[in-house]
Design a protein around this ligand. Structure first.
Ligand SMILES: Cc1ncc(COP(=O)(O)O)c(C=O)c1O
Length: 395
């Protein structure tokens, strides 16, 4: 862990508890990106991409390794939302098709589904949570047997909670019912092991900047090999398809059909280095350390008067959420920022279905990662105790 911190310049600057927002870049990622930008400046952007082709190709390979997939089943996009949209807007959804979603559904996905509902007349069916606050598997099983569904959309780890949804069980139920399973792994990639075969998903999406510790402006899409050829992308360009004669084109056979030709090569190379960095530490080891750190944080928070930990679920992860009596989360975030501590705030508009159900408008989210130390958690708890009791900053 000392080595991980030594490789993370931001650790000397801030007490970063916002890895679920955007993590701190490791030095090798920074070096790879800056190196590529310098190459672009010296040799030209196209020529740099040509010279860096193996590094760019490695990004597909590294993501494939992370997910237990093959490189040609991976598409690179500029965010998790774009990756999700490219797949879901391309599905042949028809009037009255049933689309099953959970309460953890993320704002951008929900907005896209509402637009698809307006455009196609499909029905959005909410599958309730169980008593632990995670997707109710029995309710899902019932919903899958009532009538045929077009797809199930699940957020593995929601933006607004430490919850880990039972994705592999959802995948098993979808497989048994022959229904497409779309998994948003944006908050789980890099902090939890992901294997698309075990998860049973047809589509999986994520981004680089969160627990994978990659650059901003990167996202990725996995599509099951049997689905790639059956999903015609909603949009095409001359990378996704080949213009074969003045009035004909041929769509690519691999997941590149969901990509665009133009790309931020430095960022995509950085993403590959970030994934290799995570694989180097080992995702199982990261998950184990993060779970212990986050439960240590929840234990500290529970001892502070006025603080209520809001995480629910049988399995919890590196995200911790809480509210403080009489304190606006955004105000608290700003005050912590002024003291060099980064947390984030999740509001109703990114998690309507869950937060409204719990009577909450917003939450403070403190997310640890393997570079976090117990000493940092003690300092954070001290800051919180002081700020929540109206104290002045320590000199
Ligand atoms: C669960 C979840 N899904 C999707 C996204 C969207 O990611 P992006 O901003 O890369 O589109 C986020 C971002 O916070 C998220 O938390």
């Amino acid at each position: 862990m000392d080595r991980a911190r030594a490789l993370t310049p931001g650790c000397d600057e801030v007490l970063h508890l916002n890895h679920a927002g955007a993590s701190l870049l490791p030095q090798p990622v920074l070096d790879a990106m800056i190196g590529h930008l310098q190459l672009e400046a010296r040799t030209g952007g196209y020529e740099a991409a040509e010279d860096a082709a193996p590094a760019l190709q490695r990004t597909y390979g590294a993501l494939a390794e992370l997910l237990g997939a093959a490189p040609d089943q991976i598409a690179l996009l500029d965010s998790a939302s774009r990756a999700w949209d490219m797949a879901v807007y391309s599905l042949p959804i028809e009037p009255r098709d049933r689309v099953l979603i959970g309460r953890a559904e993320y704002g951008s996905n929900a907005i896209s589904l509402l637009q698809l509902q307006r455009r196609t007349g499909c029905q959005l069916v909410l599958v309730e949570d169980d008593e632990h606050g995670q997707l109710d598997l029995e309710a899902l099983e019932r919903a899958l047997t009532v009538d045929e569904a077009a797809l199930v959309s699940l957020v593995h780890v929601p933006t607004q909670s430490g919850l880990v949804n039972p994705a592999a069980e959802v995948g098993r139920l979808c497989r048994e019912a022959g229904v497409l399973f779309v998994l948003d792994a944006c908050q789980s990639a890099g902090q939890l092991p992901l294997d698309v075969t075990e998860l049973g998903c047809g589509i999986l999406t994520g981004n680089g900047r969160k627990f994978l510790r990659g650059p901003r402006g990167t996202g990725f899409l996995y599509v099951h090999p049997e689905l790639i050829g059956r999903i015609e992308p909603a949009m095409l360009d001359l990378h996704a398809a080949r213009w074969t004669s003045p009035d004909e084109y041929e769509i690519r056979e691999d997941a590149g059909r969901f990509e665009m030709w133009e790309r931020d090569a430095a960022a995509q190379i950085g993403l590959g280095v970030a994934v290799d960095h995570a694989l180097g530490w080992g995702i199982d080891a990261i998950a184990e350390r993060n779970t212990a750190l986050a439960s240590g944080l929840r234990a500290r928070l529970a001892e502070i008067p006025g603080v209520t930990v809001r995480d629910r679920g049988e399995q919890l992860c590196a995200i911790t959420t809480f509210t403080v009596d009489g304190m606006d989360p955004e105000d608290l975030r700003t005050r912590l920022r002024a003291e060099g501590t980064n947390v984030s705030v999740t509001t109703l508009d990114s998690a309507q279905l869950d937060l409204s159900n719990r009577g909450l408008e917003s939450l403070v989210r403190a997310s640890v990662h393997y570079v976090t130390t117990d000493d940092e958690l003690d300092r954070f708890a001290d800051q919180l105790r002081r700020l929540s009791s109206g104290g002045a900053p320590a000199s």
